[in-house]
Design a protein around this ligand. Sequence first.
Ligand SMILES: *Cc1c(COP(=O)(O)O)cnc(C)c1O
Length: 403
Amino acid sequence: MSDKPAPDLRTLAIHAGEDPSEGLGEVAPSIAMSTSFRAHPDGVQFSAEALGEDSPFFYTRWGNPTVRQLEEKLAALDEGEDALCFASGMAAISALLLSRLKAGDHLVISDVCYAGVAELVHKSLPHYGISVSCVDTGNLQAVREALRPQTRLIYAETPANPILRLADIAGLAEIAKAAGVELAIDSTLATVVATRPLTLGANYVIHSLTKYVCGHGGDALGGVVIGREKAMAVLRQGPLIHLGGCISPFNAWLCLRSLHTLELRMRAHQENAFWVARFLEQHSRVARVLYPGLPSHPQHELARRQMANFSGMVSFSAADGASLARKLAEGLKTVSYAVSMGKSKTLVFYIPTDDLQESSFKLSPDALASYRDWTGEGCFRMSIGLESPEAIVGDLARVLDAA
Ligand SMILES: *Cc1c(COP(=O)(O)O)cnc(C)c1O
């Protein structure tokens, strides 16, 4: 971690980007739904090229007052110079990759990550002449060996979906710096409450706002990239304005509001996740539990060093996973059998290893063997919500005891 004192996240999450001396003096932000703004004929230049730091709002795909408030808050929390919001996490990630990489460039990326990202790099990037090496970004030597003269970017997700494997951000930053390449970290599962990758040397941090940031009922999609002011200006003029994946002001407003409680929610998610992880670890129907907060996690030492909160994601494996998945889907009441994460509701979803390998990961035989070491034939990914821990564990116990 840097020598600077950690920012006061609880206060910043409420106050940053919400200066009541601006605008109409509202204490709570209002939503600016307008898609365009009154312009002066002398001041208007009808091209994104003319967009400067002090340009007035003009058209919402370029920038919007409510979205700007969210960007200021997110930049302050992650200690970035600036932030840029997008319509979804995938819009943020694809914008970053397409703006930093061009034909002939090479990307080094986690071989285990959000399936949408794995599919993007396997199926879409090669069309643009960008080559990709997928490696275990938890293994610094493997990352070093994957670098080529054409490498421009190292991209890691930590903890990585769905097995909660970690990457050592400071270690990756050292490698990136020595090689003169940039480092981007998808910090969606950790959140800013656990980890601030920019302070560890990353150039970009990405969050899917859809998850813990919006949290609550899980009612808005959004994404963000945070980094240096200049780089964010390039992202705004290029991919945001030209590819058009801007966030709706209404979704930005939901995220602004939800951020007020992020720190409190993450503490409760973590507390509940510990209950569930410990319960699962002693249950005879469960083969293995993966939770960065447990000493049994293979990278628990790194988790303690890098994560101030172990988050609310717990993964487990079990013999005859497909049949257990059916029983959980049919029998659970408090816990919902559904995808996604970071909501107030507890969710569980079974991801068979073979399916994920075929549709998304395309792991090398060695990497597939390593993935199976972590989670066997399939992974039950749980996003532990904010219900009482007794209710969550009781619901799981009822179904698991009978399974
Ligand atoms: C969900 C998720 C994404 C994609 O975000 P969307 O908002 O669904 O587009 C990217 N990375 C991680 C780690 C995620 O969990």
